[in-house]
Design a binder for this molecule. Sequence first.
Ligand code: ACO
Length: 401
Amino acid sequence: GVKIASLLKETGLVTLDPGFMNTASTESAITYIDGDEGILRYRGYPIDQLAKNSSFLETAYLLIYGELPDEETLDAVTRRIKRHTILHEDFKEFFTAFPRNGHPMAVLQAGISALATYYQHTLDPKDPHQLETATVLLMAKVPTMIAYIAKRATGLPLLYPDASKSYVEDFLRMTFALPYQEDVDPALVKALDMLLILHADHEQNCSTSTVRMVGSSHANIYASIAAGVGALSGPLHGGANEAVLDMLGKIQAEGGGVDDFMRRVKDKEDGVRLMGFGHRVYKHYDPRAAIVKEAAHEVLGKLGKSDELLEIAMGLEEIALNDDYFVERKLYPNVDFYTGLIYKAMGFPTQMFTPLFALGRLPGWIAQYREMITDPATKIGRPRQVYIGETERQYTDISER
Ligand code: ACO
């Protein structure tokens, strides 16, 4: 890679690779994907082993520090994070500045970038101590922030974090509970913990590349991760989980027939796509989607919710897996085809789905930012272009145009 780069520099040639289909932007030791085989590993550990046995905080530690923690270390890190979960009181005012029905991703992006104004002693990414503190603050405060955004949208009272509860349980409690009713179903805690693990990293995807790109200018980690939240909000990326539910809801409202919808997808009518299908890297069943599909049945079953939308989703998948259009293009369900159904069963409004993805991806963004900022090979991200505009021409006075 370095040789090609210096050759291109010497010759003045540039590569043109729209969407970076075949351009590696970095070396990385965090996440491995084999898209043809449907393999995903964090720091070498297969995703299904982590989903089954790990916890979100343990996986976050693994991604950020490179190894699974021993009990004592995990305990110490958890306690350190829990000490910082309370948001500055002024933040409550901050949230009131936005309309209640504003999209939570927009508020979250603003909130994360605003952390830089409260924690000015943690902004220098070249100071390992500051970077470490910022890592803990982000892991601690983002769940509280997301819970507050959800609560404010409904007008319900905000609850303070409770350090005696687990990370995920406390997030669910702050999001849903009222002051007098605090029990959270342990089955939901377990399911959400697992979904957060599945979303925790996915190498150089759009939002992670954004985090690295912004950080390559030595912008602080809050600014960089806030930019990642913006990238994640798009319907072709993290916003897909919300778009899937909207799509399923529309199909249901139109009578539940999947055939006509699939015809429109295949005819590319009005650019309609089967949301939650397809992936830039996976040309095989997304290993995360298989785990989520199983969880969807389990969670909906446990909650006693038979969901017609799940039936519609399975119908769409069945058609797609046997249809030439999808088979030829190697389009399979991605992680977000079934997540929305679980989030919905848990009681999250559709607009909160992508913030949940952001919470899951947070340790991945942090790990990637830290790897980027400490890698001596990192240079400021600055792609070249192939100019196709006008050649030189002369300015004319406005009266002559
Ligand atoms: N439905 C219908 N057709 C599709 C879909 C889809 N979901 N995805 C791709 N295609 C078709 C394209 O129309 C194209 O067809 P063509 O060869 O006839 O032109 C072909 O498959 C290749 O698609 P591209 O858009 O070139 O593939 P790319 O790698 O650029 O896009 C992406 C990947 C953005 C994920 C795409 O598959 C998509 O839009 N999917 C739906 C949105 C989605 O679920 N996003 C979530 C991604 S995963 C994540 O962020 C967690």
